[in-house]
Design a protein. Structure first.
Lengths: 112, 115
């Protein structure tokens, strides 16, 4: 079982639709990061959230860290084909020397 | 800017063969790590290093060895490859290993197939 559970695993939507990706855990994290990965490349950091209840916006992307710092969500407004990719959440916790633990990822496809 | 460089990009091994995946970073980062990525599993930490001469095990260390003789290099060795080690491997580095306040830089990945 994974420490971080992401849902949904796959999402296929039409351009212009809104979507939300969830990242849940029973563990508390000191911080949580969201990455986006394109085929043939390594993950690229989108955002880091640190404080419980924190909300960060990156253009059409809104990230929220749960009050208890156990979960997070990524909301995309008016999705575009360029948003297509694999979205990964990763938590930093005391285990494993504070190295990151990744969720299983959400593969998003936005059709024109 | 080179960032994190991994070689080789692609490799096919026979069961029982050994090989080394190379990783180098030019950002003078103390923390380096190796992950493997399998479908639906995200990235799982294999080994990590908090500085030259110091290494530790991650979530899935069995079958892999690492060493950190210099700040720049962090090779990953497969001593006797098994089909279960077929995966995409990513090397990463950061100023320190914590997610908070630090950007972790990933290499482009090494695709390994063990037949």
């Amino acid at each position: 079982t994974q420490l971080l559970e992401q849902s949904p695993q796959f999402l296929s939507i039409q351009e212009g639709e809104n979507l939300t990706v969830y990242c849940n855990s029973s563990s508390v994290f000191s911080s949580l990061q969201w990455y986006r990965q394109e085929p043939g490349e390594g993950p690229v950091l989108l955002v880091t959230v640190v404080t419980g209840g924190e909300v960060k916006k990156l253009k059409r992307l809104t990230f929220q860290f749960g009050d208890a710092r156990k979960d997070s969500s990524l909301h995309i407004t008016a999705a575009q084909p360029g948003d297509t990719g694999l979205y990964l959440c990763a938590g930093s916790a005391l285990r494993a020397g504070n190295m990151l633990t990744f969720g299983g990822g959400t593969r998003l496809m936005v059709k024109p | 800017n080179a960032g994190v460089t991994q070689t080789p990009k692609f490799q096919v091994l026979k069961t029982g063969q050994s090989m080394t995946l190379q990783c180098a970073q030019d950002m003078n980062h103390e923390y380096m790590s190796w992950y493997r990525q399998d479908p639906g599993m995200g990235l799982r930490l294999i080994h990590y290093s908090v500085g030259a001469g110091i290494t530790d095990q991650g979530e899935v260390p069995n079958g892999y060895n690492v060493s950190r003789s210099t700040t720049e290099d962090f090779p990953l060795r497969l001593l006797s490859a098994a089909p279960s080690q077929t995966s995409v491997y990513f090397c990463a580095s950061s100023y320190n290993g914590r997610g908070s306040g630090n950007t972790i830089y990933f290499g482009e990945g090494s695709w390994l197939t063990v037949v």
